[in-house]
Design a binder for this molecule. Structure first.
Ligand SMILES: [Zn+2]
Ligand SMILES: [Zn+2]
Length: 150
C-alpha cells in the first residue's frame, strides 16, 4: 500500500515530467489538486525541492524569477520570454569549452554551467500591448500563424 507521502511525491514527479513548459510550483499545485484536492502548495513545493535534490527533476536557473522545474534532467539550455516568462528548451548543443575556460580563469572547482537566453516569444511578438497602436489585421494573422508553428 502506498503512503500518502509517496503518493504526493509520485504525483508531483509525474506532473513535472508530463510537460515541456518548465512549470512553477503554482502550476504543479493547480494540477495536483485535480487528483489530490487537499494537497497544499507548501507540500508541492517541498516535494519539488526534494525531487530536484535527488536529481529526478531539475530546478532551472531563475535569475530572481519564481522557481521553475524541469522533468528533463539531461544537460540543455533554456530560452525565457522576457514578456510572459515562459521557458522553453533551446535546441542547441551544450558548450563544454565554457567550463574549461572558467576553470582557467578562477580557482573554483567547476561543477557545471547553465545558459538562459532571453528573448520575446512568438506569441508575445504579436501581442498588442496597451500602449501600442492597434495591430493591423495582417499583423494579427502573422501572430496566429506564428503561434500555430510554435
Ligand atoms: Zn512570451
Ligand atoms: Zn528544460
Amino acid at each position: 500500500m502506498k503512503t500518502r507521502k509517496s503518493e504526493q511525491r509520485e504525483l508531483v514527479l509525474s506532473l513535472v515530467r508530463s510537460t515541456m513548459e518548465h512549470p512553477t510550483a503554482e502550476w504543479v499545485h493547480r494540477e495536483a489538486r485535480r487528483k489530490l484536492p487537499r494537497i497544499g502548495l507548501g507540500t508541492v513545493y517541498r516535494n519539488l525541492k526534494q525531487l530536484a535534490e535527488a536529481g529526478l527533476i531539475r530546478e532551472t536557473f531563475t535569475g530572481g524569477q519564481p522557481a521553475r522545474f524541469d522533468g528533463n534532467t539531461g544537460r540543455h539550455y533554456h530560452i525565457r520570454c522576457v514578456s510572459c516568462g515562459r521557458v522553453n528548451d533551446l535546441p542547441m548543443s551544450v558548450d563544454d569549452r565554457l567550463e574549461a575556460e572558467a576553470a582557467r580563469a578562477v580557482n573554483y572547482r567547476i561543477v557545471g554551467h547553465e545558459v538562459e537566453i532571453h528573448g520575446v516569444c512568438p506569441s508575445c511578438q504579436g501581442a498588442p500591448s496597451s500602449r501600442s497602436r492597434k495591430t493591423s489585421h495582417k499583423a494579427k494573422r502573422a501572430t496566429k500563424e506564428a503561434q500555430k508553428r510554435s
